[in-house]
Design a protein around this ligand. Structure first.
Ligand code: GLY
Length: 331
């Protein structure tokens, strides 16, 4: 009886956020009808991310499946890509700025609206973990540049050379013909943004990138900007972005998508509207890529991408997102 009362109260408190069927995890006799993780919320844990970073969602799923929090899941998930030197758009091995320095941006946001970010961080392989430390161990939200690096050392992170031989050789080639212009194309924008919902129904998100290849020194995109590259409101859902950060910042893209979900749009509808807002600001420019993924409190997901020439696609149709709905939803 106590449990039934709790569920009823939960339903009242979260009316419109958790649907009745999702609470129907206890029958009249109060026996479980789903797995033990789902008894109190009816939520099926899930992790999604931008692009085809299957190893990252697999890691996040491992955390969720063991009962871990969505915050741990998204951190550990994106760390897989930060550590992968073959991924030249995130973490160690990322392409450098035009001066040859690898600078990393990341942010993280938890179920309580706490957030942390690092901007233009050098010599540290896991900016997402430094961002989490900013969130948990300081009164601040963002640390940038040398201050962020100093903070990381104080927290025990080790100094590492992030510029791999491959990235250095490509940069050297680029310099010969580039006239020092940054490159904007679809091949070098593979930011990983990840959203997860855990067995308690709590949503967290993380976003990490080495940013635009050969960018101006000091350039920061959307990825470490709360509201642009990532936003989570645990009452509604979360969204995160990939692509040309300047465009995402101009529309505060991830915040917009969460607000659209608050107004009743599905994650898919919200992602599509977010992309349309950016298109509306770019009537004469079709030469960029933007993608969003989103998740709501029911664990429903959406994704939408625009590519140069303004071709549209759902990521899952394009194979550009690891939509884990088949392999990583807990059943
Ligand atoms: N979306 C990553 C960046 O623009 O830096």
């Amino acid at each position: 009886m106590k449990r039934r009362k709790f569920l009823k109260n939960s339903s009242t408190l979260t009316a419109g956020l958790i649907s009745a069927p999702m609470l129907a995890t206890c029958n009249e006799n109060n026996t479980k009808t789903n797995g033990p993780d789902e008894i109190s919320t009816g939520i099926k844990p899930i992790a999604i991310c931008t692009w085809n970073f299957h190893n990252a969602t697999a890691k996040a799923w491992e955390v969720l499946d063991q009962g871990g929090s969505s915050l741990d899941a998204v951190e550990q998930g994106v760390m897989i890509e930060e550590a992968d030197v073959n991924n030249q758009t995130v973490g160690k091995g990322g392409r450098p700025d035009r001066n040859g320095d690898v600078t990393l941006d990341a942010c993280i946001m938890d179920k309580d609206g706490n957030c942390g970010a690092v901007l233009c961080l050098q010599n540290i392989a896991h900016p997402i973990s430094v961002a989490r430390k900013v969130m948990e161990d300081t009164p601040h939200v963002m640390l940038a540049g040398k201050g962020a690096e100093q903070f990381a050392y104080e927290k025990g992170f080790e100094k590492e050379d992030l510029l791999t031989k491959k990235s250095m050789q490509e940069w050297t080639e680029w310099k010969k013909t580039s006239q020092y212009k940054p490159i904007i194309n679809i091949e070098n924008h593979d930011t990983i943004g990840m959203l997860a919902i855990d067995k308690n129904g709590d949503i967290s998100g993380a976003c990490t990138t080495s940013g635009m290849a050969y960018k101006y020194a000091g350039r920061v995109g959307d990825s470490p900007i709360i509201g642009a590259g990532l936003f989570v409101d645990n009452e509604i859902g979360g969204a995160t972005a990939t692509g040309v950060g300047e465009e995402v910042v101009r529309t505060v893209g991830s915040f917009l998508i969460v607000e659209l979900m608050r107004q009743g749009k599905s994650p898919q509808e919200a992602c599509e509207e977010g992309v349309k807002r950016i298109i509306a600001k770019n009537k004469d420019n079709t030469d960029f890529q933007i993608g969003f993924i989103a998740m709501n409190k029911k664990g429903e997901t959406g994704s939408y991408c625009i590519q140069p020439g303004f071709t549209f696609r759902k990521y899952s149709e394009a194979g550009h997102v690891n939509n884990p709905s088949d392999s990583f939803i807990k059943t």
